[in-house]
Ligand binder design. Structure first.
Ligand SMILES: Nc1nc2c(ncn2[C@@H]2O[C@H](COP(=O)(O)OP(=O)(O)OP(=O)(O)O)[C@@H](O)[C@H]2O)c(=O)[nH]1
Ligand SMILES: [Mg+2]
Ligand SMILES: [Zn+2]
Length: 350
């Protein structure tokens, strides 16, 4: 609907919002006064496209964008816009990474407030269960094309459990995974790196290594274009990477979240435009990545080195330890896969 002309716009509005129940009584109740609602609300033909960069207690910080997927280096005139949800969104969540349409005051001037009237269809939805065992789930970010699993080679020591879980979530959401091993400058990092490369080499996972004392060129080149989200335990160096990838990021973080300059312990997801295009989304550190919403087949599909073995299983096999005739045990016994990979898979299935 691009314009509101007489009854037809009103009718179309009613058809969209009330389906077959558009009798006169409902129509009057929904609108204010006796004028058809379509006339008062011409479907926001003047709405502008924006990208949601921060969500905080019912306020959404957005940046204007002209094209999907491509972040733009923020210009000084391009101020962050604070917006609220319009009532017509209903209960639909607006999350970081969403492309939305804004109306109202989109100047970004201090004290101004725009309204989000539409959410664009999402390319992907990265979800995690709220707590282990609970069925509730939350959306981490929308529209991500790349999930960067950030793991410190030391301090905190790498744990494969979280990476395995993130890989399953990425597979489920059709998001490309990338492993980023940080703190390669620290003592003991080399041995840890060897171990992780061996382990994830079996899953054919791409990885990059970063360190404090070198530029993050390889990561910069890998993340150009599209939306990338950083996920990992607290203290692994996610925000440090963002600061290396985005000049003036620490200033932008302060500007967008009200957190002061200098060190920033991340408490909410935050998207920043990458200088060469694309967006990077920093997220708070997590202890685990709940997968209660994902089925067994999807978990198995995330272990490409093991899935073939399940053709050897007896029907109805749950692939657990002590399962009679589980093909996975046969596979490992034949040396077709590493036993630590099977231990990881079973930890996820149980
Ligand atoms: N030696 C070394 N230290 C690093 C490196 N990357 C990050 N650090 C340090 O690790 C600590 C944690 O870094 P952050 O970037 O705040 O970690 P984070 O993942 O954002 O943590 P949360 O926001 O709590 O999730 C800081 O003291 C960093 O200086 C690295 O490559 N080498
Ligand atoms: Mg952080
Ligand atoms: Zn089995």
């Amino acid at each position: 609907m691009s314009s509101a002309r007489g009854n037809s716009a009103g009718e179309r509005y009613a058809a969209e919002h009330y389906g077959d129940e558009r009798d006169d009584e409902r129509f009057r109740r929904a609108g204010r006064g006796s004028r058809p609602r379509g006339k008062q609300r011409p479907a926001h033909a003047d709405a502008v496209l924006a990208f949601v960069v921060v969500v905080d207690r019912g306020r959404y910080t957005c940046r204007l964008t002209s094209n999907f997927g491509h972040g733009q280096a923020a210009k000084s005139s391009d101020r962050p816009i604070t917006a609220m949800r319009a009532r017509e969104l209903g209960r639909r969540a607006v999350v970081v990474g969403d492309y939305v349409e804004l109306v109202g005051d989109v100047s970004g001037a201090p004290g101004s407030l725009a309204r989000i009237v539409r959410i664009q269809p999402r390319r992907s939805v990265l979800r995690r269960s709220t707590e282990e065992g609970e069925s509730g789930e939350r959306i981490v970010v929308a529209n991500a094309e790349r999930l960067v699993m950030v793991v410190a080679l030391t301090d905190p020591p790498p744990r494969t459990g979280l990476i395995d879980r993130c890989l399953v979530a990425a597979h489920d959401a059709d998001i490309e995974p990338l492993l980023c091993l940080t703190k390669a400058d620290m003592p003991g990092a080399d041995a840890a790196a060897d171990q992780l490369r061996r382990y994830y080499g079996q899953a054919k996972l791409r990885y990059v290594t970063t360190r404090h004392d070198r530029p993050v060129t390889e990561l910069t080149d890998t993340l150009t274009d599209g939306i990338s989200v950083l996920v990992g335990h607290s203290g692994v160096g996610k925000s440090t990477l963002v600061n290396a990838l985005v000049p003036n990021a620490s200033r932008a973080i302060g500007e967008l979240t009200g957190v002061g300059k200098g060190r920033h312990t991340t408490t909410a997801a935050l998207a920043l435009a990458l200088p060469a295009g694309g967006w990077i989304i920093d997220t708070p550190g997590i202890r685990t990545f709940g997968l209660a919403h994902i089925d067994i087949a999807t978990v198995l599909a995330s272990f490409p080195d093991l899935i073939e073995a399940t053709t050897l299983c007896s029907p109805g096999c749950r692939h657990q330890i002590g399962e009679p005739e589980c093909g996975l045990d046969v596979w490992v016994a034949r040396g077709r896969a590493d036993s630590e990979r099977l231990v990881s898979l079973r930890a996820l299935l149980s």
